[in-house]
Write a protein that binds this ligand. Sequence first.
Ligand code: GLN
Length: 485
Amino acid sequence: MKKNITLRDFRESVAKGRKIQEIVGEYFSRIEKADPESKTYLTLNKEAALAEAKKVDLKIENGERIGSLEGAPASVKDVLCTKGLRTTAASKILDNFVPPYDATAVAQLKKEGAIILGKTNCDEFAMGGSGENSAYGVCPNPLDRERVPGGSSSGSAVAVAENLCIYSLGSDTGGSVRLPASFCGICGMKPTYGRISRYGLIAMASSLDQVGVMANDVSDIAEVLSAISGPDPMDGTSSGVAGQNFSDDFEEGVAGLTIAYNKKSIGQSDPAIAKASFEFLKKWENAGGKTENIEIPFLGEEAVACYYIITTSEVSSNMARFDSSRYGQVTRKSLEDSTNWKDFISLNRGELLGKEVKRRIIMGTFCLSSGYYDAYYAKAQAVRANIKKKLNEIFKKYPLIFTPTSPDLPFKIGERMNDPVKMYLADAFTTSANLAGIPAISIPIGETGLNGKKLSIGGQLMANAWEEKTLLRGAYWAEKILEEK
Ligand code: GLN
């Protein structure tokens, strides 16, 4: 697999004297040269980014103190608010929305000197697993342009995989950072719930949403995570846990890192994915690590069912603010044809929201309605508590759990659009981490040929809440072991 530019490579070229302006300029020419049909970025931040680059060059020339991400070109999923830069959530309803403030995660990046190249495409309001629900069109998978890049942080994954930024911020409610990372052959991590502030992240399902990091290797993920994590008075769900260096114990190796896995659920995945997974576990053992086949309840359909009830319920409530009065633009038709407030809202929402968003609002409203609340929502909350409890028990014995990131290889664009349940089942392995609030990462573990194209296979590691250091050390060594021929 081709090697993309990492933060280390970037710093090496800066140390050799390359100007940040030149580097940033090159990123923009690559972005502009990329097929205009690719729709990886929804909005570019060219002028401001180049002006920022100039300032960084001056700072370096003057020997001033520079931040940990100083000058490094990044991108941000279009569900994170960026001050003065259009933020659409890939929805027509926010087509002209320019936030007056930065999301805390974005502000933190800027504080460390990052240069934001632009806003990346995604499923509308982060609802989806393929990128196809974007109101602006899907960006194809760079490894096979007939296939989906995975979603919902599709543009972020493609931008990282195609060298159109060094790293990207995404969001992960049920797998949206990990699934596209897996489909595009890069790394993607969601942290413990509360580790990164959600302030300025356009909410999908608030009890599950987390900002995540996507990059070309685990070290870059650790660095960016260090820069953006920590408490935030603007977010009631952010924890008091301070940011830290997540890579300072990488050199301790694989010692003590036993990986628990479930042979049966791996075996039910696509044969190429199962093969790559078992090969990875074998290599882990050969490198001195331990693995153990155990029962892991709630992987698969049960977690997906629980996740979609909770998600759609929270979506139905969070989406209420997009009524073209508080948030959202107003259509000409709604002004001409509505005679009352209710019609005004439904004409706008009818025209400006996509099919999947509407499906979820309807499903969630149903799950929360009196008479059905106990049967669906309350039951799903009980299942969620149980998933958390069971995973906690496993983590008492094992520091890491391994699963494939997805049970399936990237599917063809259009293939699952009329079968939402099949689409939802792509999340079989990823949703548990969100339901339990624990950190999880996807890294490339192999490749497979399909119709003359080489597709990437992702593997997922999970750790207990607040154990990001263990998780990242495991992922760092997994990456190293897999690189050795
Ligand atoms: N695919 C999942 C969904 O559609 C995950 C979305 C996400 O993590 N934002 O709900």
